[in-house]
Ligand binder design. Structure first.
Ligand code: C2E
Ligand code: CA
Ligand code: CA
Length: 638
């Protein structure tokens, strides 16, 4: 018998030590004190106490000293109370993961404390009645008639916990479900073994294994921490913000983004970039404390403040930080950043809205190398809500095909006539009025709807030409915009070709406009697409040339038939001699290479005269015509 006790003791000592280690690490690591992590901490503490008391009582009982009867009884009663609390804590832990959202669920959660209270009373009354166990005069432990209730009780909570996770399967997902199941299986089988062979004290060890599994998976502190900076991550940000929403407590958010980090990494190496991130996180930690400073994504950080005073302080400190050169290894670098403030977090319905407003606010910041501070206000909020409205309207617009197509004719200086046109999409919102394509095309690209819009609009264009065959005589071609996200999708080019065939139109009457970025960033795929179009005699037009980052080498590898010079290149060409020389030489180079050149965004006679002098072939702009609805275009052309 003594061997078995020794054996049990070894298991318990091991379980106790592992639990102590888990407790130590989970207390020391940075974490969010949300409901889940609080319950997990309690669970670990209960586990430590439970195994600790299991150990003490096993020692006391193995010695069988009649003098110690009272003290043994006291420790055993505490141990039994802990045995009552542990299954309940496991249930609460799962409950916090699964439910706690609706009122009914919250009430049900409270009702389910009853079995624990009831068993607690049974354990306390056992001191007098001896219904669970008693200790006789020789110090021997003897089971009472209701002893089995302890096992029954544990299984009841086990089953409720399982039911609760099955019920919330959708919400928690397969991974968490499997972990809860694993926990229940480990603990359930250990309790089962002990129920059958009561000399094998397995529950303490089983509990430790279960907690270890949770610690390594669902409640692993590193899941909530950004590994590079050690700050809390975006998941923690959401949980933290949710706490404020749950308790309707005021809070404010300051976002900081460092757009330059890519350049810093490229210029000085990623070690320097990492070190800059280190300084930023130290600073934020210092300003807001470990619980309120976050790294949300690659270059974005955030701080949550619980008072306006803190919020203003944070803004000041971050601005000071950005104005100060940072030491990174041997370098001293001044980092510029975009700082955006949201002065009232509760203004938004929920965390999702808050996070997408944060994205929106940052997207408003101009791309410059200077520090920018953007304070969210009624104006930006309206812009954001309008955007949301447009986002949801787009679904209807696609379903009911509510788009329109306008046409901007393009003037040939040589032929002195309109020779081509660009089809431009239009959308009218019932309350917001006309929505700029820059906005709805951007949203559609982000939400994966661009191909659907492109399809509708391209059919509309083909239908229009089919209905007005005179256009085929009058114009050399028509130009249609294709977004990067659209053209690179599998099957997009074949679909466009099929539509042209379906309407029985000549392929060569179409040109597709793509922007510089597509052409440059994905040249391999683009190369195939350009070739495919070329086989059918369809031309490709490089749009917005000169507006952004140009990888000339890749651009030149692709055979475009036409290049559109971006409107931004026209800035100052008639006043600034250097801008003029630049424009003229770009035109000369591109013309020598055999491209047709369209100058975009021409608004004045001066600009037009200058472009004629440069030798530009075609002109598109308000000077000749704005984008026109179909009837007006027909009036103008035919
Ligand atoms: P984009 O392809 O660069 O189209 C030219 C834009 O410049 C049009 O803006 C046009 O109205 C405007 N524009 C033309 N002449 C002038 C001028 O003299 N001065 C000024 N200030 N602007 C001029 P719009 O129609 O607002 O379209 C904006 C962008 O939306 C387009 O830029 C294009 O990238 C995109 N877009 C429009 N329709 C479609 C479409 O059906 N599919 C795709 N993928 N993108 C589209
Ligand atoms: Ca275009
Ligand atoms: Ca353009």
């Amino acid at each position: 018998m003594n061997d078995i006790i020794n054996y049990n003791m070894n298991f318990l000592v091991a379980a106790f030590l592992v639990l102590l280690l888990i407790g130590y690490h989970s207390v020391l690591s940075r974490k969010l004190y949300d409901y889940n992590s609080r319950i997990f901490s309690w669970f670990v503490i209960l586990g430590i106490l439970d195994v600790g008391f299991d150990l003490i009582t096993t020692v006391l009982l193995s010695d069988k000293k009649p003098d110690f009867t009272r003290i043994t009884m006291l420790f055993l009663t505490i141990f039994y109370l802990l045995q009552i609390l542990v299954p309940y804590a496991l249930f609460m832990y799962t409950w916090a993961l699964c439910m706690r959202t609706t009122r009914a669920e919250k009430i049900l959660g409270r009702i389910l404390v009853l079995p624990a209270v009831l068993m607690g009373i049974v354990v306390l009354s056992n001191v007098r009645l001896g219904i669970l166990f008693r200790i006789d005069g020789t110090g021997t432990y003897i089971r009472g008639p209701l002893y089995f209730c302890m096992y029954l009780y544990a299984y009841v909570y086990g089953i409720v916990t399982l039911a609760c996770s099955i019920w919330s399967f959708q919400k928690i997902g397969i991974k968490k479900f499997c972990i809860i199941l694993e926990f229940l299986l480990i603990l359930g089988s250990c309790v089962g073994v002990q129920a059958v062979h009561n000399e094998l004290l397995m529950t303490g060890f089983g509990l430790m294994l279960g907690i270890l599994v949770l610690y390594l998976t669902i409640s692993n502190p590193s899941d909530y921490i950004d590994s590079l900076t050690g700050l809390l991550n975006s998941r923690s940000f959401r949980s933290r913000a949710q706490q404020f929403y749950d308790y309707k407590k005021e809070f404010h958010v300051m976002i900081m983004e460092v757009p330059q980090i890519r350049q810093i990494n490229m210029l000085f190496g990623s070690k320097v970039g990492d070190s800059i991130f280190g300084s930023i996180s130290d600073e934020l930690d210092y300003i807001a404390g470990p619980e309120n400073s976050f790294r949300l994504s690659g270059k974005r950080f955030a701080v949550i403040c619980s008072s306006l005073h803190d919020y203003e302080n944070t803004q000041r400190t971050i601005t000071d930080f950005l104005n100060r050169p940072q030491r990174a290894g041997k370098e001293e670098i001044t980092v510029s950043g975009i700082v955006c403030g949201i002065s009232d977090g509760l203004e938004f319905e929920n965390c999702d809205m808050l996070v997408s407003y944060m994205d929106y606010l940052v997207s408003l910041a101009p791309s410059s190398m200077e520090n920018v501070f953007l304070q969210g206000d009624q104006h930006t909020k309206k812009g954001f809500l309008d955007r949301k409205e447009i986002e949801s309207y787009l679904y209807t617009a696609i379903e009911e095909d509510l788009f329109e197509l306008y046409f901007q004719p393009v003037f040939s200086l040589e032929k002195n006539a309109f020779v081509t046109l660009e089809a431009l999409s239009r959308l009218y919102h019932p309350t917001l009025g006309p929505v700029s394509p820059d906005i709805f095309i951007g949203i559609a690209e982000k939400n994966g709807q661009i191909r659907q819009i492109g399809k509708l609009q391209f059919r509309r264009l083909c239908r229009f030409i089919k209905e007005h065959p005179a256009l085929l005589e009058k114009l050399e071609n028509v130009k249609f915009n294709l977004s990067p996200a659209e053209i690179l999708q599998e099957g997009c080019s074949q679909e466009l070709l099929r539509t042209i065939q379906e309407f029985g139109l000549p392929h060569s009457f179409f040109q597709f406009e793509v922007t510089e970025t597509v052409a440059t960033e994905y040249s391999d795929r683009m190369y195939q697409i350009v070739e495919e179009f070329q086989r059918y005699g369809i031309g490709l037009c490089l749009d917005d040339f000169g507006s952004g980052y140009a990888n000339l080498d890749t651009v030149l590898k692709l055979s475009f038939s036409c290049i559109k010079l971006d409107r931004s290149l026209l800035n100052g060409i008639t006043e600034d001699n250097r801008a003029g020389i630049f424009y003229r030489n770009i035109v000369a180079v591109l013309k020598n290479m055999g491209y047709d050149i369209v100058a975009e965004g021409v608004e004045t006679k001066n600009e037009m005269e200058f472009l004629r002098f440069c030798g530009v072939d075609m002109i598109q702009g308000y000077y000749f015509s704005k984008p026109l609805p179909p009837e007006e275009l027909l009036d103008l052309l035919l």
